[in-house]
Design a binder for this molecule. Structure first.
Ligand code: IPE
Ligand code: IPE
Ligand code: MG
Length: 253
């Protein structure tokens, strides 16, 4: 394309780095936040829920389309029963207290993970949240609860195998795209950015398939302290990255 003389050399609107369409967050560090204050772990989880409420609002303000949050991993069942009960109770509380607000703000709620092992009333509440908000068109809030990426991929493999066994699917039609459609995240775009708080630098079985080309940002901030400033800092780090997807640097081309 040839440069037109009327066009300004530097168009600030064009140069503005894009806001990621999908941000996924590993909300870690609630226990350490509490321990540092001599408080019970529950208090860290409770404050973590407040941080989540705030981050959902900010994500909407910033024009992010999808926000996925890791609330309870398949491996978190190895924690003491009392802490598991606290985490389940907080999710229950979140849905009961915030669902009407989320719906009013046009937020669509999606749950990924499995119902297995969850109390029936909690499963009912989660289904209610999804059903009530299913036609909303602002932010999609994806809650990964009782979620593990390996378990999700094994479930996808079982679904595909059942389709093959029933004669609905040919083995050769199992492609990357078809596999992705069998995951819990079927109609959700891949995350552009994965943020993990608390200084840990690992995925802990979160979105292993979907984050294949996500940018990873690790921040030492503990989840209950994750505020607008910390969120914006993670986003500007993302905006400084160059995404290549296996191609060549745009600086070379
Ligand atoms: C994150 O905080 C919340 C969940 C894993 C449910 P942690 O409870 O893992 O907090 P730390 O890692 O012990 O500080
Ligand atoms: C990951 O945090 C799970 C959630 C944030 C829900 P963990 O605290 O469970 O992860 P590990 O055990 O440190 O890897
Ligand atoms: Mg942790």
């Amino acid at each position: 394309m040839s440069a037109s003389p009327e066009k300004p050399a530097h168009n600030p609107a064009e140069a503005a780095p894009p806001v990621p369409r999908h941000v996924a967050i590993i909300m870690d560090g609630n226990g350490r936040w509490a321990a540092r204050r001599g408080l019970p772990r529950f208090e860290g989880h409770r404050r973590g829920m407040e941080a989540l409420r705030n981050v959902v609002r900010i994500a909407g303000d910033l024009g992010i389309d999808y926000l996925t949050v890791y609330g309870f991993s398949s491996e978190n069942w190895s924690r003491p029963a009392a802490e598991i009960a606290d985490l389940m109770g907080l999710l229950r509380h979140f849905v009961r207290r915030d669902l009407a607000d989320l719906h009013r703000n046009n937020v669509r709620v999606r749950i990924i993970g499995t119902d297995e092992g969850l109390a029936p009333d909690l499963v009912g509440l989660l289904a209610e949240a999804e059903n009530l908000t299913r036609d909303n068109t602002a932010l999609t809030l994806v809650v990964a609860f009782n979620y593990g990426a390996r378990q999700e991929m094994a479930r996808a493999a079982r679904r595909l195998a059942a389709d093959v066994a029933a004669g609905r699917l040919a083995v050769d039609d199992i492609s990357v795209e078809r596999f992705a459609k069998a995951l819990d995240t079927a109609d959700i775009p891949d995350p552009d950015l994965v943020i993990r708080t608390s200084g840990e630098q690992r995925m802990s079985n979160f979105l292993l398939w979907q984050a294949a080309y996500a940018e990873l940002v690790f921040t030492p901030v503990l989840w209950p302290d994750f505020d607008r400033g910390a969120f914006e800092e993670a986003l500007s780090e993302y905006q400084r990255r160059e995404r290549r997807f296996g191609g060549l640097s745009s600086a070379i081309g």
